[in-house]
Design a protein around this ligand. Structure first.
Ligand SMILES: Nc1ncnc2c1ncn2[C@@H]1O[C@H](COP(=O)(O)OP(=O)(O)OP(=O)(O)O)[C@@H](O)[C@H]1O
Ligand SMILES: [Mg+2]
Length: 444
C-alpha cells in the first residue's frame, strides 16, 4: 500500500483499520479531509488560496481511539503533523506555553521533514562526503608527486577501507574529527532520544547560524552520524530548505487533543480556571488564519488543518466559545466500545494486546496460547468492569490483561513450552472481582 500525502480516502481508512477497530465515521471524515489537502495542492495558486480546510472536532469518551487515530496518522502522513494537548497551554501573559507555540512547533516539524526529504534525495552525495572525511583520517593523503606504484597502493587501501567502513568493521575505532560545536553537545547527550535529537538538531541549526568548530575524539560509528549532519549543512542550501518547509507547514495538520479541558462548563458549579477561556480566545486567530513568526519565516495558518478531540465528559462542545465552535464545522462522534468491539481490539490490530503479550513471553521461551472462549471472557469482563465503574474504553483491556497474566509474567523465566490461557483461568481470576463494584474499581 502507498503511504504519504497522495493516499486515497479508501487507502487511508484501510491503513487506519489495521490499528483502530470500528470508528468508521471518524476515519471517513478524516480520510476525506486529508484527501482534500492533496486535492488543494493540485489546484492553481489562485484557486488554492480560496479553498480553506474544514476543521474537525472528534468527540468520544475516554479510551475509544481518538489519540490512537492521531498517532497512526502521524506515522503515515508525509505532511507535517503535530499532536498537542490543549490543556498544556496558558493564556498569553501568563506563565507557560502560549498557543502560538504550536504553530512554531509545526514549523520545526516541517523543517525536519523537508530536511529529511532532501537528505533522502541526496543520499549518495552525503554518503560519499562522510566516507571521504573518515578515510582521510585513516589514510593520510599521499604527498604530491608520489610514484605510480604508491598511488595504486593507496587506491587499493582506500577501496579496502571503503568496504570495511560500509560493513561497520571499523565502527569501534576512535578518530578525531572537527565538527560544529553545537552538534557535539546534542549527539552525545544520552538523555535525548534519537528522534528528539533530530528535532533538536534542526532547532539548534535554525537558531544558530554560528559556525564555531571544535575538535573531538569519537568512535567511527559516532563520526558517521556527526559527519552526516555536517554533510547536510555543507550540501544543502539552508534558505531553500526553509522555503520548502514553509510551504509544507502551510498545509500541515495540528491535532489538538484534550480540547474539552479548556472548555468552561456552564453547568458546573466548581471553581473554574478563568484562563481556560483565554486559551480558547488565543486559539481563535490561529484557527481563523493569521501569520505567526517562526524560525523558518512567517507562517500563514489559513490552510493548516486543525483536528480537535475531546472526551467532553464534564463539558459539552457547546461550552466552547461560539467563535471557536464555528471554526470546527465537521463533528464526528466516536462510538463507545461494546463487548464485541473490545474482543476485536484484543485480537485484530497488527499490534493487538494479545500479540504483544505473546511476543513478550516468547522472549522467555514461553508460548502463550489463548483459547477462543478465554478471549471472549476477557472481553466480557472488560465490558462488565466498564459498565460497573467508569467506562475507560479499551484501556480496560490493559488492566484486565495485566491482572490475568501477572503470575505467568512473574514466573515466565522458570516456565517452558506452551502455557494455555483458558476460560477457567480467567473466570477464577476475575469472576469474584467483578462481583463487587469496589473491588472492580480498585483492582481492575
Ligand atoms: N477503536 C480502537 N481500536 C484499537 N485500539 C483502541 C481503540 N480504542 C482505543 N484503543 C486502544 O486503547 C488505548 C487508549 O486509546 P486512546 O489513547 O486512543 O484513547 P482516547 O480516545 O484518546 O482517550 P482519552 O479521551 O482518554 O484521551 C490505546 O492503547 C489504543 O490503542
Ligand atoms: Mg486521548
Amino acid at each position: 500500500m502507498s503511504s504519504g500525502s497522495n493516499m486515497t480516502p479508501k487507502e487511508i481508512v484501510e491503513y487506519l483499520d489495521r490499528y483502530v477497530i470500528g470508528q468508521s465515521d471518524a476515519k471517513r471524515v478524516i480520510a476525506i479531509a486529508l484527501r482534500n489537502r492533496w486535492r488543494r495542492m493540485q489546484l492553481d495558486e489562485v484557486m488554492a488560496q480560496e479553498v480553506t480546510p474544514k476543521n474537525i472536532l472528534m468527540i468520544g469518551s475516554t479510551g475509544v481511539g481518538k489519540t490512537e487515530i492521531a498517532r497512526r496518522l502521524a506515522k503515515m502522513m508525509h505532511l507535517p503533523f503535530i499532536k498537542v494537548e490543549a490543556s498544556k497551554y496558558t493564556e498569553v501573559g501568563f506563565v507557560g506555553r502560549d498557543v502560538e507555540s504550536m504553530v512554531r512547533d509545526l514549523a520545526l516539524e516541517a523543517y525536519s521533514l523537508a530536511k529529511k526529504e532532501e537528505a533522502e534525495k541526496n543520499k549518495e552525495k552525503i554518503e560519499a562526503y562522510v566516507e571521504n572525511k573518515i578515510i582521510e583520517k585513516l589514510l593520510p593523503p599521499l604527498p604530491p608527486g608520489a610514484s605510480e606504484e604508491k598511488l595504486a597502493d593507496y587506491d587499493r587501501a582506500f577501496a579496502r577501507k571503503q568496504e570495511q567502513l560500509a560493513n561497520g568493521d571499523l565502527d569501534h575505532l576512535r578518530i578525531e574529527i572537527e565538527i560544529q560545536a553545537h552538534q557535539i553537545d546534542i549527539a552525545s547527550n544520552p538523555n535525548v532520544p534519537p528522534e528528539m535529537a533530530e528535532v533538536q538538531q534542526s532547532i539548534v541549526q535554525v537558531i544558530s547560524g554560528l559556525n564555531k568548530r571544535k575538535k573531538k575524539e569519537v568512535t567511527i560509528k559516532e563520526a558517521k552520524k556527526l559527519l552526516e549532519i555536517e554533510a547536510q549543512n555543507e550540501l544543502f542550501n539552508e534558505e531553500e530548505i526553509k522555503q520548502l518547509a514553509l510551504k509544507k507547514a502551510e498545509s500541515g495538520i495540528i491535532f489538538i487533543d484534550e480540547i474539552d479541558k479548556v472548555a468552561v462548563s456552564a453547568s458546573s458549579s466548581s471553581r473554574q480556571d478563568p484562563s481556560k477561556e483565554g486559551v480558547q480566545r488565543d486559539l481563535l486567530p490561529i484557527v481563523e488564519g493569521s501569520s505567526v513568526k517562526t524560525k523558518i519565516g512567517m507562517l500563514d495558518t489559513d490552510h493548516i488543518l486543525f483536528i480537535a478531540a475531546g472526551a467532553f465528559h464534564l463539558s459539552k462542545p457547546s461550552d466552547l466559545i461560539p467563535e471557536l465552535q464555528g471554526r470546527f464545522p465537521l463533528r464526528v462522534e466516536l462510538d463507545s466500545l461494546t463487548e464485541e468491539t473490545l474482543y476485536r481490539i484484543l485480537t485484530e490490530p497488527t499490534n493487538s494486546l494479545v500479540k504483544q503479550y505473546k511476543a513478550l513471553l516468547k522472549v522467555e521461551g514461553v508460548d502463550l496460547e489463548f483459547s477462543e472462549e478465554a478471549l471472549r471472557a476477557i472481553a466480557k469482563y472488560s465490558a462488565i468492569a466498564n459498565e460497573k465503574t467508569e467506562d475507560i474504553g479499551a484501556r480496560r483491556l490493559h488492566t484486565v490483561m495485566e491482572r490475568i497474566l501477572e503470575d505467568i509474567s512473574f514466573e515466565a523465566d522458570s516456565l517452558e513450552g506452551t502455557v494455555e490461557i483458558t476460560k477457567e483461568l480467567i473466570d477464577s481470576k476475575l469472576s469474584d472481582l467483578v462481583e463487587s463494584e469496589d473491588t472492580t474499581r480498585y483492582i481492575l
